[in-house]
Ligand binder design. Structure first.
Ligand code: HAM
Length: 469
């Protein structure tokens, strides 16, 4: 900035005079170019159904959950992993199961330019198991604890709590078979939602392992439903042959009504699976986690073995027809092996973030806004604006949460913004202050203004804000 103060002041005066003359002309109606006046309105392009923008006003809710998820990950020693949104379709086909609703009806799948069949990920666990194998994570000290956060895609019928693009935050533990891991995950899921101010109830069940307990159970289940075939919805009639466990998950009222009478898998668990389940429940009892046994909880993904669970807001867990599970998870001891890896027992859970945010809003939980600032820096005139650029950077470096708006010229418009932002202090720097090497500190609650030595700006702010920055 090579100019002298005197020169700059003369320019400043010129500028003020020019601004005044511009303002006097302002009342004239601006003429639009001919082309603009005759052009027809273009049709507005809209979002796809079931997709949502997350607007700036919503961000504080996302930040609120992410901060707590990060905190939980840190204390439970989960490491963050990001996997791609697009994967080979075969991954989900093999992991989630080709006869599940997700794979059969809900995937966004297409052939890419290279002719590969790819899909937008409908969930995160399959990718985690793939990454575990691809990166040789079995060579790391076991168990490997990973967490993730990101968008998932399912082509479902959009409704409240059900989107086609939604977000999950997931936690997975790979390489440990002990039931204490299942309990640890349930406790972590409960702790995370509790830290948001929501009360949950966790429904728990064990669906055993394939050969030792589930085959026998499936037979009994098919017998039960076959005897009531005429009462089933068309999809469940098909499920009878293709995937009988899914009969228990049907949301159609006529099928849901039969569920209460159906055989319970716990009665068919082998000793080892029963023992595993009992231990999980004992651990949960030990620290008083609010859970209920749901002997017909099976979950909609084929990779589960033994423990399965779903997380509900307290008071909504009875309404099984609503889209109300805030999260779900369970053990998947065979998944890594199914995808070509070494035998690796594992378990995990994922939370549906849109559903949780909806509940946080419904419960009127006050969510701190990290973007909130306490200082607004107003500047008047070109020279003050130049000086403010540096001052703003100094404030930021000193750790203050400050805001400014260099495109606004008048003090009135800048104070309006400061008021809207509900800042505590506005710093005002005009040409007089620049010349005097001072700055005005305005208390926005009382309107009292104080002129202070410019060099003392930071220390005065610290005093006034009581070191809360
Ligand atoms: P999931 O039960 O399919 O499990 O999904 C977990 C959560 O994601 C649900 O409880 C729900 O809150 C949310 N969610 C699912 N679909 C939608 C949707 N269409 N719109 C809005 N939210 C939705 C899994 O995805 C497993 N991968 C969880 C897991 C991790 N199991 C072991 N590890």
């Amino acid at each position: 900035m090579p100019q002298t103060k005197k020169n700059t002041l003369t320019e400043e005066k010129k500028e003020i005079a020019q601004t005044k003359s511009k303002q006097s002309k302002k009342s004239a109606v601006p003429e639009l170019p001919q082309s603009v006046m005759v052009e027809k309105a273009k049709p507005v392009l809209n979002l796809l159904r079931g997709f949502k923008d997350i607007l700036p006003v919503e961000q504080k809710y996302w930040q609120y959950i992410e901060d707590r998820a990060k905190g939980l990950a840190l204390s439970y020693r989960f490491e963050k992993i990001d996997t791609p949104i697009l994967e080979e379709t075969k991954l989900f086909y093999t992991a989630v199961g080709k006869q599940t609703d997700i794979v059969e009806k809900e995937m966004f799948s297409f052939a890419n330019q290279g002719g590969e069949n790819v899909s937008l990920r409908p969930e995160g666990t399959a990718s985690i198991a793939r990454a575990y194998i691809n990166h040789g994570m079995f060579n790391l000290p076991q168990p490997v604890k990973l967490w993730y956060w990101g968008p998932m895609f399912r082509h479902e019928r959009p409704q409240s709590g059900r989107l086609r693009q939604f977000h999950q935050c997931g936690f997975e533990i790979l390489g440990e078979i002990k039931p204490v891991v299942d309990a640890e995950l349930i406790i972590a899921a409960h702790a995370l939602i509790h830290s948001l101010g929501l009360e949950t109830v966790i429904q728990v069940n064990s669906i055993g392992q394939m050969s030792c307990c589930r085959e026998k159970y499936k037979e009994e289940l098919v017998n039960f439903y076959r005897a009531r075939r005429s009462a089933l919805c068309d999809t469940c009639k098909e499920r009878l042959n293709k995937n009988p466990m899914r009969l228990l998950d049907c949301k159609e009222p006529q099928c849901a009504a039969l569920r209460g009478e159906s055989p319970q898998i716990v009665d068919y668990l082998c000793d080892a699976c029963k023992d595993h389940f009992m231990k999980v429940l004992e651990y949960l009892d030990e620290i008083n986690i609010p859970y209920t046994l749901n002997p017909r909880l099976v979950r909609g993904l084929d990779y589960y073995t033994r423990t399965v669970f779903e997380i509900y807001l307290k008071g909504t867990e009875e309404n099984s027809l609503a889209q109300s599970a805030l999260g779900g998870g369970g053990r998947y001891d065979l998944l890594v092996e199914t995808l070509g890896g070494r035998p690796t027992p594992a378990a995990g859970f994922a939370l549906g973030l849109e559903r949780i945010i909806a509940k946080v809003k419904e419960a009127n939980i006050s969510v701190e806004d990290n973007s909130k600032v306490s200082i607004f820096l107003a500047c008047l005139g070109e020279y003050a604006k130049r000086k403010s650029l540096g001052l703003f950077e100094d404030l930021r470096r000193e750790g203050f949460r400050a805001a400014t708006n260099f495109s606004k010229e008048t003090l009135k418009s800048q104070l309006e913004i400061a008021n809207k932002m509900k800042v505590k202090i506005t710093l005002i720097l005009g040409q007089k202050e620049v010349l005097d090497e001072t700055i005005i500190i305005r208390d926005m609650d009382t309107g009292v203004q104080e002129v202070v030595d410019y060099k003392k700006t930071v220390s005065e702010l610290r005093k006034k804000l009581g070191m809360i920055e």
